[in-house]
Design a protein around this ligand. Structure first.
Ligand code: ADP
Length: 203
């Protein structure tokens, strides 16, 4: 099998991973998004739903058969064992589906979007290069509030469970600054796209 050049894309919640991934996709990169894969696995009829219902019962299942994300988030934040059980169900399915999508990608390189990339040896081993989307924490909180109406305390709890900004920057091969406007972001994505095309061609 030919080697596929994999750029791992990560950043804290609300840093702009999806916005950056969309930019790479528009330029011709393949995007494999582990959050999106997790959503499909936990949609009505998703491949994880039978195991989730067996593990947690009907209280985390919405009327349409999807995972009730708010109920599950509450349970996972208050109960570390429940979180571990959920991860034991989801992670192997996310890993195999993302590997399948990476292998099937028809593009010069793959952008693999993983929110907790640097926290995980599994994902780091899969990446040829690590790209971190960066912005100040206050801006992350503001963007998530606008996007999802989560209370600030919950956003801060999610951020506290993630690597710190400094930890991410310390391991990044490339940092993409998303503290400005989307118009300012576009040329930064284009510059990295050219770099990744060159790196992929040499790999
Ligand atoms: P992540 O995927 O890292 O959680 P998103 O890409 O979803 O972050 O961005 C969080 C929110 O902020 C989204 O609603 C997005 O549209 C918005 N956003 C991202 N980057 C910018 C930017 N540079 N300017 C304005 N809004 C932005």
């Amino acid at each position: 099998m030919t080697h596929r050049y994999i750029v791992g894309l990560t950043g804290g919640i609300g840093s702009g991973k999806s916005a950056v991934a969309d930019g790479f996709a528009r330029l011709g990169a393949a995007v494999v998004d582990t959050d999106r894969i997790a959503h499909v696995l936990t949609a009505p009829g998703g491949a994880a739903m039978a195991q989730i219902e067996a593990a947690f019962g009907p209280s985390v299942i919405a009327a349409d058969g999807a995972l009730d994300r708010a109920a599950m988030r509450e349970l996972a934040f208050s109960d570390a064992a429940a979180r571990a059980r959920l991860e034991a169900i989801l992670h192997p399915l996310i890993r195999s589906e993302s590997a399948r999508q990476c292998a099937a990608a028809q593009a010069p390189y793959v952008v693999l979007v993983v929110p907790l990339l640097i926290e995980s040896g599994h994902w780091r081993k899969r990446c040829d290069r690590l790209c971190v989307v960066d912005c100040p924490e206050a801006l992350q909180i503001e963007r998530v509030r606008v996007r999802s109406a989560l209370p600030e305390a919950q956003i801060r709890a999610i951020m506290a469970a993630q690597a710190s900004r400094a930890e991410r920057l310390a391991v990044a091969d490339d940092v993409i600054d998303n503290s400005g406007t989307l118009a300012e972001l576009a040329p930064r994505i284009e510059a990295l796209h050219r770099r990744y095309l060159a790196l992929a061609a040499r790999s």
